[in-house]
Design a binder for this molecule. Sequence first.
Ligand SMILES: NC(=O)c1ccc[n+]([C@@H]2O[C@H](COP(=O)([O-])OP(=O)(O)OC[C@H]3O[C@@H](n4cnc5c(N)ncnc54)[C@H](OP(=O)(O)O)[C@@H]3O)[C@@H](O)[C@H]2O)c1
Length: 162
Amino acid sequence: MISAMTSERVIGTGNGIPWRLPRDSRHFRSYTTGKPMLLGRRTYEEMLGWFTTQTPIILTRQEGYRAPAGAHVVHEVAGAVALAEALGAAELVVSGGAQIYAAALPLAEELILTLVDARVEGSARFPDFRADDSWICQRRERHEADRENAHAMEFQWWRRDR
Ligand SMILES: NC(=O)c1ccc[n+]([C@@H]2O[C@H](COP(=O)([O-])OP(=O)(O)OC[C@H]3O[C@@H](n4cnc5c(N)ncnc54)[C@H](OP(=O)(O)O)[C@@H]3O)[C@@H](O)[C@H]2O)c1
């Protein structure tokens, strides 16, 4: 899973991300390049036009939901995992939003988190993954705010020790 959140686990307003951090956007694009991404229908619709080499897999309960060419539709997280395998991918990158992170967390093995040093309001939150103490942080990389990025951030790489 890959996400950016504040220390209060805010990831979004419900229809957008409440910060603009080009450093994090590059990190996100670079990590997802060439990979299948699992996205909630709401996040997918927010991100229309963003995808280049990524293969979006959209999770929705709508039976008749039609995606454009190159995107896929599933109705369960397990269906997305099977589809990513069928596409020959080594990894499925769960990319939000809040409902999808919560649904996929029990199956996740790795978590790439950006901890954003900001206090913002938002209804969408990342699940409390640390309630389960099997997650271990393997690496952290801090970046201070600068002219391009209004907030400091820390990239973190977590892995589950099952
Ligand atoms: N900071 C970050 O890293 C980050 C990343 C991604 C998104 N976000 C933010 O997160 C917010 C959106 O999150 P959200 O929770 O409102 O929406 P979401 O998770 O993107 O999408 C929710 C939709 O996914 C479908 N869905 C959810 N659970 C399902 C299940 N178990 N089975 C089948 N379909 C399911 C439903 O679609 P239908 O209604 O079509 O049935 C539901 O309405 C936005 O503010 C966005 O900007 C932040």
